[in-house]
Design a protein around this ligand. Structure first.
Ligand SMILES: O=C(O)CCC(=O)C(=O)O
Ligand SMILES: [Fe+2]
Length: 205
């Protein structure tokens, strides 16, 4: 069903210093895709080192992409698994959706996150590692429980919040990572799981 008040995919959700587009729900069989990813992939807890202290997250991750990529973030080097058929098909479909709004993307990697309940979140961060380049295009597909996603400007602290629904695709590009952080807010009111697929392009180092 189309929603008269839904943003157009070409609207910019950020007021300044970056670009975020909401392409809405792009997947019909989101429940099936969620179940397939949950059972097929080798989910593992993430390790995050902040101020010299290592935390093991209840959020689970899988990192996938082209062969022999390795990637540094949150203080750890990650090695990628080869694309699974399912994730590779999603990648091609998302690239096609982005090209229909004039965004040229060729993703060579995907970080998948699984949040078992609302108790699992992701703190404010920017995906601004050097390997991602100056103006990275990062596409994020949500599946499962609806969760609140918040952008916070690094200098002004202005916030932009949205609720991400199952099957919904957003894309961050332009200066977004340079000027804004983003997070998934923890909540006591969500008992169900959510999976996000965040597609990126890493430059070989
Ligand atoms: O789960 C999400 O939508 C956010 C994930 C994220 O920010 C990341 O993987 O860098
Ligand atoms: Fe992120």
């Amino acid at each position: 069903m189309s929603d008269l008040f839904a943003p157009a995919p070409t609207d910019n959700l950020l007021p300044y210093d970056g670009k975020v587009h909401d392409l809405g729900c792009i997947i019909d069989d989101d429940c099936q895709l969620y179940a397939a990813l949950l059972t097929e992939l080798p989910w593992q807890p993430d390790r995050v080192t902040l101020f010299g202290k290592t935390h093991i997250t209840t959020r689970q991750v899988v990192w996938m992409g082209e062969k022999e990529l390795s990637y540094q973030y949150s203080g750890h080097t990650r090695h990628s698994l080869p694309w699974s058929d399912t994730v590779f098909h999603v990648k091609l479909y998302i690239e096609q959706q982005l090209s229909s709004i004039g965004i040229d993307a060729n993703f060579n990697s995907c970080l998948l996150n699984y949040y078992p309940t609302g108790h699992d979140g992701m703190g404010y961060h920017a995906d601004d590692e050097k390997e991602l380049g100056a103006q990275p295009v990062i596409a994020s597909l949500s599946l499962g429980a609806i969760r609140k996603f918040v952008f916070k400007h690094k200098k002004t602290q202005d916030k932009v919040a949205l609720y991400l629904e199952s099957g919904q695709l957003i894309v961050m590009h332009g200066e977004t990572q340079r000027f804004w952080k983003h997070s998934i807010t923890k909540t006591k009111t969500v008992a169900d799981g959510r999976i996000s697929l965040t597609f990126r392009h890493l430059q070989p180092t």
